[in-house]
Design a protein around this ligand. Sequence first.
Ligand SMILES: *Cc1c(COP(=O)(O)O)cnc(C)c1O
Length: 386
Amino acid sequence: MLDLYSEYIYMKEEIDAAIQKCLKHQQWILGPEVNELEEKISQYLGVKHCIGVSSGTDALILSLRALAIKFKGQEYFNKADCLITTPFSFVATGDTIIRSGATPIFVDIDPKTYNIDPENIEMYLLNHRSSITEIVGIVIVNLYGLPCNMNKIMYIAKEYNLFVIEDCAQSFGAKWNGKYTGTFGDAGCFSFFPSKNLGGFGDGGMISTDDNEIAEIVRMLIKHGGKDKYNVEHIGYNARLDTIQAAVLLAKFKYFEEFTERRRSIAEIYNKELSSINELILPYYNFPSSIMNCYHVYNQYTIRLRNNKRDKLQQYLKNKGINTMVYYPVPLHRMKLFEGRCKLSGVLKNAEEACKSVLSLPIEPLMRDYEIEYVIDGIKDFFKKR
Ligand SMILES: *Cc1c(COP(=O)(O)O)cnc(C)c1O
């Protein structure tokens, strides 16, 4: 799916130099590179604050905890505090809600975009007017790098006085209506896990926010909950971004635009070449014409198969040496972890269907054209034979 070694070789000089610099200054904890990366990314996104953290998962839990502290004056949410989110995501989107003390409410996705469907959020809120005081926020995910309809999400959030957390683990660099994901809600949560669009050499993450208070609380929480070691106010974590990861990320960031463009042009080739296959549903890319400048960053290029052929195609491609992945085979509400710890807005049919039919194709920025062609030919052959 990805060729991280080739990516390293492609930028070897910059990365080696960045690491060498760390070896010289030896400031492994909150060294100068962390600050530099935070500044660079907050400028890039156009937000007031960016705070480096230890992972995307920690970005989510830290943001949620900061909101509980800010809005409730409590360390954690209560179980009665509910957060609306998507069942079709990585487990961390849901489990961090539980870890923050709150209860996730899973609301079904839009089958075209795979993102949480704003209409379903609104429907749920309308049907639960009496319990609305208990619904405190929404956690959206820009799945595969496709931004959610943030106009609608933010409109609903304002209407019902809900906070919004954006899980942007897969959408660094994606835009909705000319604005980067992670800049709409109360906090944006990014991951630098190696397979993300900007990936480090280990775990890492970032929180973006325009809210001074949230930024200040997060900065305390990442180092044990206090402004300094002997002045601790909150139940904190050790959740800092490593200096060496920041150094690697700074070096890789120089190539970020180039790599994102390449992902998008690979997606265009797939779109063009695969559009003639009736049994495939290609990723959504026809944004409403009223919405300007939307930008899908294709952390995954995910197709969908009609007629239960997903597993057969995956096996067929595997035999040809092509690796594909299923993100995600199980919706969150089917995991034992969430049993008795979540609410469902209904049967969540679209998420269930997606789990059975989606398949993510290789999309590596350094893929050669002949490699893309090989994947396309493999898929075409599969359908010819049936
Ligand atoms: C990767 C990912 C996370 C978690 O990020 P880590 O850095 O691995 O902790 C959370 N949400 C989504 C949607 C992700 O893809």
